[in-house]
Design a protein around this ligand. Structure first.
Ligand code: AMP
Ligand code: GLY
Length: 421
């Protein structure tokens, strides 16, 4: 079989490495991929992940049997629809279902309509109204741009002044462009956060192993929000009891709600949850695998990923046995010094040959050597029978791989370990 995976980060790298365990796959193209992914797939650097026409005609030319569309933007733009129209089956939701991530106003209204637990909220299209509202609303409060914003469209305002500034950034300065034409202002929730990725074919929903992201740049959850500095799985706060409750109050109701709306979701639906004292609530939906959640979840998968993915596309997921290793995983992200603000690129990455599970996010290949080419450069994952061992192994491996001004957190998994005690 010939596959194409659309995207070019650490998530796409782990998806490709996991798919490759299936020996019926002869060739995998990564569109565009990156210098590190080039070790495991044929990269197509000239086609952007958002270039729908480019991806479709490439897949037609190469007679690709199945495409995995991994990132949010091509999904929200309708790449799966375009591939299907060309007769090429693809993993991921169609445009009308990807809106669950593409519009926060849509997802909040969906949850309200179907009684799915989430933070209280108001929607604003008018800046004056929004500013008036935050003069009296409970503080802290949370301001969210409606559309995609590279994971940066959420502002947690600890004071009214911060709330006003946040509204201005999104609605007046248009920091996220049209994504900020509407905003959601919502109740600030507290409690441990859990990421639950799931496979769904629109009928059944099969949650994967839970995970915990570490979004802040520095140790002790200090510093700016990032795309994610590391992950562990499973998430110890997510007990069997909570999982059962989530299935009843959140997971299946979401799948049913999307069907009711005529927006059947097929692919990977990501539930960002907060375990509040009033029960689990949805913080966000994503229409794709999380990054770096995928880098801990997929290494624990003990079944064939391609079979599962194809079953989500065909609507036969109920017949598929999905097994998980009874182990823990830890992924440590190595980022460029200065990330997420400003950073230098082009430093040589050394030591990769000494580790097994490196997932490359931002690197260029030149003369057989890899050079840094992004904010998050790579992730190192290790699995082990216990979380403590997985963390120790991940840091031991991470210490072998480096580049100039490399920045990583040193406390990935520590909060999870405390929760286990
Ligand atoms: P998102 O970009 O939607 O993943 O949000 C980024 C982060 O902001 C989340 O991981 C949470 O830590 C935080 N966050 C989002 N919504 C809320 C909320 N209603 N209350 C508290 N924290 C939130
Ligand atoms: N790590 C969070 C995300 O992928 O959205």
């Amino acid at each position: 079989m010939k596959l194409a995976v659309v995207g070019g980060g650490g998530r796409e790298h782990v998806i490709i490495k996991t798919l490759k365990k299936n020996k019926t796959i002869d060739t995998i193209y990564a569109i565009p991929g990156n210098g590190g992914i080039a070790r495991d797939a044929i990269c197509v650097p000239d086609i952007k992940a958002t270039d729908i026409d480019g991806v479709v005609s490439f897949c037609e030319d190469k007679k690709i049997d199945y495409v995995v569309v991994a990132p949010d933007d091509p999904l929200v733009l309708g790449m799966v629809d375009a591939l299907k129209a060309a007769g090429i089956p693809a993993f991921g939701p169609e445009k009308k279902a990807a809106i669950i991530e593409g519009s926060k106003v849509f997802s909040k209204n969906l949850m309200k309509k179907y009684g799915i637990p989430t933070a209280q909220y108001e929607v604003f299209t008018d800046i004056t109204e929004a500013e008036k509202y935050v003069q009296t609303c409970p503080i802290p409060t949370v301001i969210k741009a409606d559309g995609l914003a590279l994971g940066k469209g959420v502002i947690i305002a600890m004071t009214r002044d911060e709330a006003i500034a946040g509204i201005k950034t999104i609605m007046e300065e248009k920091k996220f462009g049209h994504s900020g034409d509407q905003i959601v202002i919502e109740e600030y929730l507290e409690g441990p956060e859990v990421s639950v990725l799931s496979f769904t074919d629109g009928n059944v929903v099969r949650p994967m192993i839970s995970s915990m992201d570490h979004k802040r740049a520095n140790d002790g959850d200090q510093g700016l929000n990032t795309g994610g500095m590391g992950t562990v799985a499973p998430n110890p706060y997510y007990t069997k009891e909570i999982a059962d409750q989530c299935m009843k109050t959140i997971f299946q109701p979401t799948i049913d709600a999307m069907n009711q709306e005529g927006r059947t979701f097929r692919g990977c639906l990501y539930f960002g949850l907060m375990l509040t004292k009033d029960g689990p609530k949805v913080i966000e939906y994503n229409c794709r695998f999380g990054d770096p959640e995928a880098q801990v979840v997929l290494p624990l998968l003990d079944s064939d990923l391609l079979t599962i993915m194809q079953a989500t596309t065909r609507g036969t997921l109920k017949d598929v046995d999905i097994r998980w290793k009874d182990e823990s995983a830890c992924c440590v992200i190595e980022a460029s010094g200065g990330y997420p603000v400003s950073y230098q690129k082009g430093y040589e990455i050394t030591g990769l040959d000494e580790v097994q599970n490196a997932y490359i996010a931002g690197a260029k290949l030149m003369d057989g050597k890899l050079y840094t080419d992004g904010g998050r450069v790579l992730g190192i994952t290790e699995t082990a029978p216990t979380l403590r061992e997985a963390i120790a192994k991940a840091y031991a491996s991470a210490s072998k791989v480096t580049f100039k001004d490399m920045h990583m957190r040193h406390d990935i998994g520590q909060r999870a370990l405390k929760a286990l005690q």
